[in-house]
Ligand binder design. Structure first.
Ligand code: GLU
Length: 442
């Protein structure tokens, strides 16, 4: 049986690292097992889902490096859900209820007063045909509840180990709203059956849903998939990420110039025993990440760690990996990249750093160094220049002025680059060239 997984976001906003986590964990699992990966848009909530958000999710997923084998939209699969609905009704597992929200609130409050759990009392099961006809003639429309078996539902979670969800402590879940639209619970099961999903990998906030959904799988005669519930990824404050927080969205990180690999690694490996460090490809992570490496407690996304990982990734990227991105910025040359990459926090910083080579540079020249720098100008070696030029030049200056160490190097650096820090002068000099050096020295 081919391993088949799905990542099932609701297109009600742009995705964030908390969503990218199951997107990636499903991807790793599929890659590791030579399986299929389905992107399923959970867009049955027509009021909150938009095509724009769905397109954004596809874009973000591609940016992270994931190419789904198949895309399905729940909004296009209503006929399947209707068939499942009819079957559950015929089998007495789905029943119409007419209580309003206020009535349900009152029932819950009463149960609490009596010290009972606020579970739906199934009063609607006692309605006669005449009762229902009367309620409907008053203009009430039913919502539909799934009649739970009310038993300990057991499953072996690939991450959390053996689990028991006791559905007798749960209200019969509403599967269909008053307006006839489906909540998430039923379509998800119908699709998992129809698409042959073998493994459901999702956040641990869904663990109790799994109890309900296993009962629905069984009621529909479907094969129950294997479940894996991963720890949740929270933001730096320990709060769930919000779909409204734009700068913390995957697109937001992209717009800030982070490497997709850095965002992918942070989103998936934080809260696992695998180190958060540069990996070349997602496949490399897929091979290394076993579910036993995933921690059982929630994890926090630390932007300082993202910054440092992003820099480490840039500092080791080979020229071939960035050639096109450099030429889009009007830059080229392996020597330039190898010289400047170690200074980058974000890729876009290279535009500023490349000015050390291409100019303009505003030389910084202290009065007391002016004579020294004029002499340095006179002693500039003839071209061609290579990475021995710097030592020839500074040796000559040292023997004619007696300056050494910082007093020798810093005035040269300040004049040639206009700054105190930056790339090695030995490698920078041949890229700057003799003519530009002459211009920068007084
Ligand atoms: N749309 C659901 C969510 O985003 C999917 C959960 C699942 O994977 O079943 O939480």
């Amino acid at each position: 049986m081919t391993v088949t997984v799905r990542w099932a976001p609701s297109p009600t906003g742009r995705i964030h690292p908390g969503n990218a986590r199951p997107a990636l964990l499903n991807w790793y699992f599929a890659r590791r097992h030579g399986g299929r990966y389905i992107l399923r848009m959970d867009d049955t909530d027509q009021a909150r889902s938009t095509r724009e958000f769905a397109d954004g999710i596809e874009e973000d997923l591609a940016w992270l490096g994931i190419e789904p084998d198949q895309l399905v939209r729940q909004s296009e699969r209503t006929a399947l859900y209707d068939a499942a609905r009819d079957r559950l009704i015929a089998d007495g597992r789905l029943y119409p209820c007419y209580e309003t929200e206020e009535e349900l609130d009152r029932k819950r409050a009463r149960a609490r007063l009596l010290g009972k759990p606020p579970i739906y009392d199934r009063a609607a099961l006692n309605l006669s045909d005449a009762d229902r006809a009367r309620l409907e003639s008053e203009g009430r429309r039913p919502h539909w509840r799934f009649k739970l078996d009310g038993r300990p539902v057991q499953f072996d979670d690939l991450i959390k180990g053996p689990q028991t969800v006791n559905t007798s402590s749960m209200s019969d879940p509403v599967l269909i709203r008053e307006d006839g639209t489906y909540l998430y619970t039923l379509p998800s099961v119908v699709d998992d059956i129809d698409l042959g999903i073998t493994h459901v990998i999702r956040g641990e906030d869904h663990t109790s849903n799994t109890g309900t959904q296993i009962e629905i799988f069984e009621a529909l005669g479907g094969t129950v998939p294997t479940f894996a519930h991963h720890n949740l990824l929270l933001d730096g404050n320990g709060e769930p990420f919000s779909k409204r927080a734009g700068s913390q969205s995957i697109a937001g990180f992209r717009d800030l110039g982070y490497e997709p690999m850095a965002v992918a690694i942070m989103s998936s490996l934080t809260g696992t025993s695998l180190p958060v460090e540069p990996y070349e490809t997602l496949d490399e992570i897929a091979l290394k990440l076993d579910f036993s490496a995933i921690s059982h407690s929630s994890a926090r996304f630390d932007t300082a760690e993202l910054d440092s990982l992003n820099a480490r990734i840039l500092h080791s990227l080979p020229y071939e990996a960035v050639r096109d991105r450099l030429s889009a910025l009007g830059l080229e040359g392996e020597a330039l990249w190898l010289l400047l990459r170690e200074n980058l926090a974000r890729f876009g910083d290279i535009t500023e750093w490349s000015k050390l080579v291409t100019g303009p540079v505003t030389p910084v020249i202290a009065d007391e160094d002016r004579d020294f720098l004029s002499l340095a100008k006179a002693l500039l070696p003839p071209e061609p220049w290579d990475d021995t030029t710097w030592s020839h030049w500074t040796e000559a200056l040292k023997s004619s002025t007696g300056r050494k160490g910082r007093a020798l190097f810093m005035p040269l650096r300040l004049a040639i680059t206009g700054r105190h820090d930056g790339p090695e002068l030995k490698s920078l000099l041949p890229l700057v060239g003799r003519k530009a050096c002459l211009d920068r020295l007084p």
